[in-house]
Design a protein around this ligand. Sequence first.
Ligand code: BG6
Length: 514
Amino acid sequence: MAENLNLEQLQTPSSVFFLFGATGDLARRKLFPAIYSLYREGKLADDFAVIGVARRPRTQEEFREDVYQSIQEFCRYKAEANEEWYAFAQHFEYKALDINDVNGFRELKEQTEKIEERYHIPGNRMFYLALAPELFGSVSFNLQKGGMLEGQGWKRLVIEKPFGYDLKSAETLNEQIRQVFREEDIYRIDHYLGKEMVQNIEVIRFANAFFEPLWNNMHIANIQITLSETVGVEERGGYYDHAGALKDMGQNHMLQMLTMIAMEPPSRLLPEDIRDEKVKVLRSLRPYLNAEEVEKNVIRGQYIAGSANGQELPAYRAEDKVDPNSNTETYFATKLFVDNFRWAGVPFYIRTGKRLPVKTTEIVVEFRSMPTNVYLGQKHKLEPNLLVIRVNPMEGIYVKINAKKPGSESDIQPVAMDFCQSCMVGINSPEAYERLLHDAVRGESTYFTRWDEVASAWSFVDRIAEAWAEDPGKLSTYPAGSWGPTEADELLEKDGFHWWPVNGQDEDNVVWNK
Ligand code: BG6
């Protein structure tokens, strides 16, 4: 019998971590801090090295200073400029490189071999491309031509989204990198899969006797996934105006969360078994067959000027690097069906948008109501039971049930059972990137998206994007700081449902016993 993977027992091997795009925003905000946290928690092998690669010239000292500053600003552990820091910083080197110049890769090889000798690293190399996807192919080819993939030890490629902008471009990209790397050596990051509570979905579902038996169309009325952001497009207008909410968040984070909620229990907890179950969900998504179906089921919106917390907020079209006539959506909401036996007839509503009132990610499972014509239901309006998985920024699980109002004869009120993980004293959950880097270096691929998942998600999203392209002007608007276009509310109202308030805003309605 094949054994389940025991993550705790996976050793972290000595390796060199190559960070392409080392002077960029992702490196500064997420990757250097993640490496430092792993180091502080003893999760890196003693013999590790990091080589930052980017175009601009930088001395080793300047680069180590960049790393230090990034940790001071963004890491959950602070560094002090003492001996310990010095020892850590010695593991970092820099290489200025034009990624189209194969000679640079040959030099990189020499530099790498020296480091590997110094730290006794047996040729394990992890290439993290924090770069525009158009460059993935050239970097892969030049890694090969420059001899970086030769010799003993594993060679892995870690890449960031967006993985293409539609199925066709994703296929081209994939063909390029597959000429150099094997699928099992490619780690496609979706940072939502690195979030504590997204990983917890599996445990909540499959380790609790009172959820799994109810997890189907007999007992669940609908499932809602909300990923709301207060930010606008910041300095990313140039990228975002070509992507839009559907491709920026829908194709990846939203559909990935949906797969975790809807998948069948895998027979073993091995990466391929879990990913097989996830991809089945994506393949079971009912496609929208034509532009009318898209229009009926998918709401797209763009924010106009508005305000939040007393602050005036500009319209999307007035944002930096955004076309003043742009029809790009900054919000979308859609109703989906997973056409399999478990979920037949259960609507999944997902929504995401920029410049909404709160930053939050929550999954609400609404259970079917009790019959209204018997016993308690005859006299009372009973609220449906909810299971809420709070992903971000609050982490936890909240269950809403009905109970007798104390002191009354038979009045019923909704009460909450709440497990607030992020409220627990001393909890300092690792950041998504820490978990994902740690997994990639240990060869644990469960929480990375496999090519067939990416392709299935694009096929689904492409149909919506194509329908929108036929009629780009058909776009609802919403004031910045509001909950999105009213059409998104109507989407649920037509089915007799409504969006449940998120971020603790349902609490007024509920009695708390903490
Ligand atoms: C990124 C998107 O993938 O996720 C951004 O490109 C978005 O537009 C971000 O802001 C949200 O991530 P998080 O972890 O802050 O919710």
